[in-house]
Design a protein around this ligand. Structure first.
Ligand code: ZN
Length: 320
């Protein structure tokens, strides 16, 4: 008889819940908005009811689930199953999510760092397949990632390895929310792209971005900047060119540290990789070790919105 599992990807803006079997086939997938403003209790209530709804959609009962896995954003303690804090969910402090779900459903539950889960998913089921040394970098609202070394997920001493977004790129740069200065996150994340466009326009810089996006200045998103660059808007082209530079420097360092065979770039900004890939590669060629680059390919990640659930499926499969 088939065994069934439940995977939950808990993020600051959305939650994805999936039911899968031992072959990592997804039987049902549900996405809901996290909605930080409703508060912790309501968010947890939504997760519980969505688990039941997703089971229903997969035509199974909650009692058929053998194990639940959660990949959570923020800072977590995977051993204790506690979410310490999530930057985008202000009241998510010291949440014993493992105990909460185990008490509710009487099903064994595991908590993981979402970037590690995504890394393992992309490694086993995406473009990392077949490699032994693999890096996943997500460029989205923020920048994060993970690494597989010699076929094993490397998590670090307390699950904080590979916080690529908080490595210094500009040593004279602005202070980041993490306390460091000139972090990659502050220069190349979707949030950084968006903020820079908004601030330049407010300073009176000429640009057609508002006309192109048909939005007011505060509604501008990173994807509008890419659209503007494609239509030859000078400000947008400058922002995208700087993005290629900063990401190129960040990735050059990653190649020097890990000597990986594959680096997969995922997250929202990766959908626009075509706009800056060549410029980014030019920087990487200038700034990393040739011998390491000769064995490394840098690709867009294959798994998209379901990467968190797929990652849990891959982790469960390999630990069964
Ligand atoms: Zn930082």
């Amino acid at each position: 008889m088939s065994k069934f599992y439940c995977g939950i990807d808990l993020g600051g803006t959305k939650i994805c819940i999936g039911i899968f079997n031992e072959n990592c086939d997804i039987l049902a997938l549900k996405k809901i908005k996290t909605n930080a403003t409703i508060g912790k209790e309501e968010i947890i209530k939504n997760i519980k009811s969505s688990i039941l709804e997703t089971c229903l959609e997969a035509n199974i009962s909650i009692n058929d689930i053998s194990k639940i896995g959660i990949g959570s954003a923020g800072n977590i303690d995977s051993k204790k199953g506690i979410i310490n804090y999530v930057v985008n969910l202000p009241d998510f402090i010291n949440v014993p999510i493992k105990d909460i779900l185990e008490n509710e459903f009487k099903i064994e539950t595991e908590l993981y760092n979402d970037a590690n889960v995504a890394t393992y998913g992309e490694y086993k089921l995406g473009v990392g397949k077949g490699s032994k040394n693999f890096v996943y970098m997500t460029v989205s609202t923020g920048i994060g990632g993970g690494v597989v070394l010699n076929g094993e997920l490397y998590e670090g001493a307390n699950s904080n390895a590979c916080e690529f977004g908080h490595a210094t790129i500009d040593y004279k740069g602005e202070k980041c929310r993490c306390g460091n200065y000139g972090c990659l996150d502050n220069l190349a994340s979707g949030t950084a792209i968006r903020k820079r466009a908004i601030s330049e326009i407010k300073k009176g810089r000429e640009s057609r971005i508002l006309e192109i996006a048909k939005k007011s200045v505060d509604e501008i998103k990173a994807e509008d900047v890419f659209k503007g660059a494609e239509l030859n808007d000078e400000l947008c082209k400058e922002i995208v060119s700087d993005l290629a530079f900063y990401l190129g420097v960040g990735i050059s360092n990653i190649i020097i540290y890990y000597n990986p065979e594959i680096i997969a770039i995922g997250g929202g900004v990766s959908k626009s990789l075509g706009y800056f890939y060549d410029d980014m590669m030019k920087i990487i060629k200038e700034r990393t070790l040739k011998s390491s680059l000769s064995v490394c390919s840098i690709k867009e990640a294959k798994l998209k919105d379901n990467i968190g659930v797929m990652g849990i499926a891959a982790l469960f499969k390999d630990n069964m």
